[in-house]
Design a binder for this molecule. Structure first.
Ligand code: NAD
Length: 349
């Protein structure tokens, strides 16, 4: 049966990287019925709708899964981030961002393999803000709840256990933000003994950032609050080749929205220079979520193969291919991989 998935190409480089990713998904042979949503963000506002039309949320609620490109948030005008709004409206509390080296891609380290788990609905992004016009005082409240902390920290431990990771590191600033970060740390310390098979440690966020750029291989699963996670995951992306290659997922109890870490990249949009690797790896995570494990591995291996080979890559990683040329190359590799898997299965039978 076909998987019914909400498809949001987004804006900026979104449509370019989405077309490329669809080409690769097509090559896996997995059957999808796409529920395509074009009107979101600026496009929706121009058409006279809300930036985040209710129909978008309804589609994701109905399908349970979405593959999403980036959506621009205009600075200081218009609307607040629809990306944050989707996560909050659907209670997608776990933001997962794996940072793993690609073969052949020159970076300062060649042994980075970690996952940042970012609490995705509260903290400084909870939208509790106030601006006193007269006194010119701005407040952004970092709201952290026990229940919110518990579910993301457990999600991280469960993932670590299921995937055989050795260690969970909780990053915080409880020495200064005694109330909000203090609660997050307290909950972490309470939960850790439930997972004696997973090592647990905590690190103050500034030290954590320094450790990640000096000894990244020492980290497996890093769990933290919203803003710290946003920053650490971009840092992790920088360690493995940049935003063009780093995947991400927003997971809740009922829905999951798969989107790369990067934004709409207005500086290169429409120039044929966008790297679809991040969204392709994101699509690999979606395939795994849908229990299409062979297809997920075929996509991962095809991307790794393209980098190992290094002949057809986009400009941000030292090549000159357009997103479509890169996609054609990866799709061919996926098809060859799928054929090998099928031949292997035939031989076994
Ligand atoms: P960005 O991620 O769009 O771009 C940062 C830099 O990385 C730019 O130089 C860009 O060219 C480069 N880059 C990003 N993705 C790339 C790719 N796939 N291939 C090659 N180079 C790539 O971040 P920004 O400039 O801070 O944000 C631009 C817009 O995107 C803003 O409106 C922001 O709000 C929005 N945004 C959306 C999301 C989302 O939809 N989830 C996430 C982050 C930012």
């Amino acid at each position: 049966m076909a998987h019914r998935v909400t498809l949001i190409p987004g804006d900026g480089i979104g449509p370019e990287v989405m077309d490329a990713t669809l080409k690769v998904l097509d090559a896996t042979g997995v059957d999808f019925t796409w529920d395509r949503v074009e009107e979101i963000g600026t496009a929706a506002v121009k058409a006279g709708h809300e930036a985040l039309p209710e129909a978008v949320l309804d589609s994701i609620r109905e399908n349970g899964v979405a593959l999403k490109g980036p959506v621009t948030t205009p600075v200081g005008e218009g609307f607040t981030s629809v990306n944050v709004a989707i996560r909050q409206a659907l209670d997608l509390y776990a933001n997962m961002r794996p940072c793993k080296n690609l073969p052949g891609l020159q970076t300062p380290f060649d042994d980075v393999d970690l996952v940042v788990f970012r609490e995705n609905t509260e903290g400084l992004y909870s939208g509790v803000e106030n601006f006193d016009e007269r006194l010119q005082i701005a407040d952004s409240i970092a709201r952290v709840t026990r229940a919110g902390s518990e579910r993301i920290i457990r999600f991280c431990f469960e993932y670590a256990r299921r995937h055989g990771w050795e260690k969970v590191t909780l990053a915080h600033k409880a020495n200064i933000l005694r109330s909000s970060s203090g609660l997050f740390l307290e909950v972490g310390e309470e939960i850790a003994p439930d997972y004696p098979d997973v090592e647990y440690e905590d690190k103050i966020i500034d030290n954590m950032a320094m450790q990640m750029v000096t000894h990244p291989s020492e980290y497996d699963c890093v769990v933290t609050t919203n803003l710290f996670g946003d920053i650490l995951s971009d840092l992790g992306a920088g360690l493995v080749g940049g935003l063009g290659v780093t995947a991400g997922a927003n997971i809740g109890d009922d829905e999951a929205v798969f989107e790369a870490v990067h934004g709409s990249a207005p500086d290169i949009a429409g120039e044929g220079r966008a790297n679809p690797t991040a969204l392709m790896r994101t699509a690999g995570m979606m395939l795994e979520h849908l229990d299409e494990n062979d297809a997920a591995e075929a996509v991962r291996e095809a991307v790794r193969g393209a980098y190992r080979d290094g002949k057809v890559l986009t400009p941000d990683v030292g090549g000159s291919a357009s997103p479509d040329e890169f996609a054609t190359h990866v799709a061919e590799r996926v098809a060859q991989g799928a054929e090998r898997i099928a031949q292997g299965a035939e031989r076994e039978a």
